[in-house]
Ligand binder design. Structure first.
Ligand code: FAD
Length: 431
């Protein structure tokens, strides 16, 4: 019996595996390889998060900087650098990081999972079944749905890949009447173009005509023509996948946890998929450790994971909605109409209001375990902030309610004082 079994070696499964190894657990991971070669764009904070998680081989050589051109709402700009992440290389790097961390890696396709309170039995194609005490579900969007969760408007992305002309790394995104397209070229001439449309209203042709359809759409785009240079497309391939935003109904039990896209998958527009999958994965080892070593706090640990996943999902959903709302040429087109209203009308970042700050007991992470502590709840951080630069905020807020700021902050170091003052001002505090 393996104590810890992880299904899926994407960034989420790999980050949990490394975190569990650091806490001293033996870890087995079963994964298949992705069946298509994608390129993904990530921000610098994803690179930092990967480095922080110890996934250094995954990072090496898999990321190339590119100045992203944006054409949205008939306006053009190129203000942001994105890093082009070559998924096959990235995924190979993840396995190398896992191997070096002492994780037992099994290559194979998981066919079925049978779970009970006493443990799990996992059938893997062409092998004997594997049993485990604790299961981490990180098979991404391919993980079986754990029930009816929250779903955004049904969305599909068509990815085209071909060999074009070598040149500089380049990437661009453009809004279209019925969706949007992301495109990129690697220096070696590998080209990618990805069209994202609404499942219900897109008038896509049958499978046999899809490649021609995509090619015609590219030819109609000045941005795509400029980026790819109109050279012949060799070895053209197509892969369609769902990109609907999905939040799982339950993401943690007594002996299992879901992380990454298996817990919540965001709309690819925000380019935050890998970031959010790492966010849920990085907190998981402490949640699992608590379920095993401090089972009396199981409910608290589950609450911690569930609430954070839900909050992250809604935040990304609202940020995505605001991106869609920036495109104002086609408000009545089904693609835009549905996405400019989902998930709700709540602001992505509520206005700060110092007088509304509250102190509350909530689950926090300390020394690899979930425990309860006093946190400060703000409009933007409904789950609370525990400390900042080593300063606990709840006692500080109490002092500020009865003392002038100078006195309440007197014991802080210069660095702590700077961070805390800037946080307080951001919360609407006016001394
Ligand atoms: P995955 O990376 O999907 O890993 C899951 C692993 O499980 C894979 O190795 C898979 O082979 C394995 N697996 C699945 N089923 C089985 C099985 N039955 N048995 C064994 N193994 C199995 N994110 C970005 O940050 N930037 C982008 O530009 C971007 N573009 C995207 C475009 C589209 C169209 C989509 C749909 C997503 C995009 N994403 C992007 C999101 C990103 O791909 C995911 O958020 C991220 O890969 C999730 O990581 P994960 O570890 O949860 O799952």
């Amino acid at each position: 019996m393996s104590a810890m079994l992880i299904l899926g070696a994407g960034p989420a499964g790999a980050a949990v595996a490394l975190g569990l190894r650091r806490l001293g657990y033996d870890v087995t991971l079963v994964s298949d390889w992705r069946r298509f070669a994608a390129l993904e764009g990530v921000s610098v904070r994803v690179l930092d998060a990967l480095r922080g998680a110890g996934l250094t081989h995954a990072l090496e050589g898999a990321t190339l900087p590119s100045q992203r051109q944006v054409s949205w709402n008939a306006q053009q700009h190129a203000q942001n650098i994105e890093f082009l992440l070559d998924r096959p290389r990235f995924d190979r790097g993840l396995r190398e990081d896992l191997r070096l961390a002492g994780v037992e890696l099994i290559e194979g396709r998981v066919m079925a999972v049978h779970s009970e309170a006493s443990g799990h039995r996992v059938s893997v194609e062409g092998r004997a079944a594997i049993t485990a005490d604790f299961l981490v579900e990180s098979r991404g969007r391919q993980a079986p749905a754990g029930g009816k969760g929250l779903r955004g408007p049904e969305t599909v992305s068509l990815l085209n890949r071909w060999q074009g002309a070598a040149g500089k790394n380049a990437s661009a995104v453009e809004s279209l009447e019925d969706g949007w397209a992301w495109m990129a070229r690697q220096a070696n001439g590998q080209c990618y173009w990805q069209l994202t449309v609404d499942v219900a209203s897109a008038e896509l042709p049958g499978k046999a005509q899809l490649l021609d359809y995509c090619r015609a759409r590219r030819q109609a785009s000045a941005l795509a023509q400029a980026l790819f240079g109109g050279v012949p497309e060799r070895d053209l391939q197509l892969h369609a996948r769902s990109s609907t935003a999905i939040l799982g109904p339950q993401v943690c039990g007594d002996n299992w946890i879901r992380v990454g896209d298996a817990a919540m998958a965001v709309d690819p527009l925000s380019g935050n998929g890998i970031f959010q999958s790492l966010s849920s994965a990085l907190q998981a080892p402490a949640v699992i450790n608590t379920l095993i070593r401090a089972p009396e706090r199981a409910a608290l640990a589950q609450q911690f994971h569930q609430q954070r996943v839900e909050q992250l999902f809604l935040r990304f959903a609202r940020i995505g909605r605001d991106f869609y709302a920036d495109e104002q040429r086609w408000p009545e087109q089904p693609f835009w109409r549905a996405r400019q209203r989902w998930p709700d009308a709540e602001p992505a970042h509520p206005q700060p209001d110092f007088s509304s700050l509250r102190i509350q007991r909530a689950p926090v992470l300390r020394d690899g375990l979930v425990e309860e502590a006093e946190v400060v709840v703000t409009a933007d951080q409904p789950l609370g902030v525990w400390h900042l630069q080593g300063v606990e905020l709840a006692p500080l807020l109490r002092r500020l309610q009865i003392q002038p700021a100078q006195q309440a902050l007197a014991d802080l170091t210069v660095e702590q004082g700077k961070r805390v003052r800037s946080w307080l001002l951001g919360q609407g505090y006016r001394p």
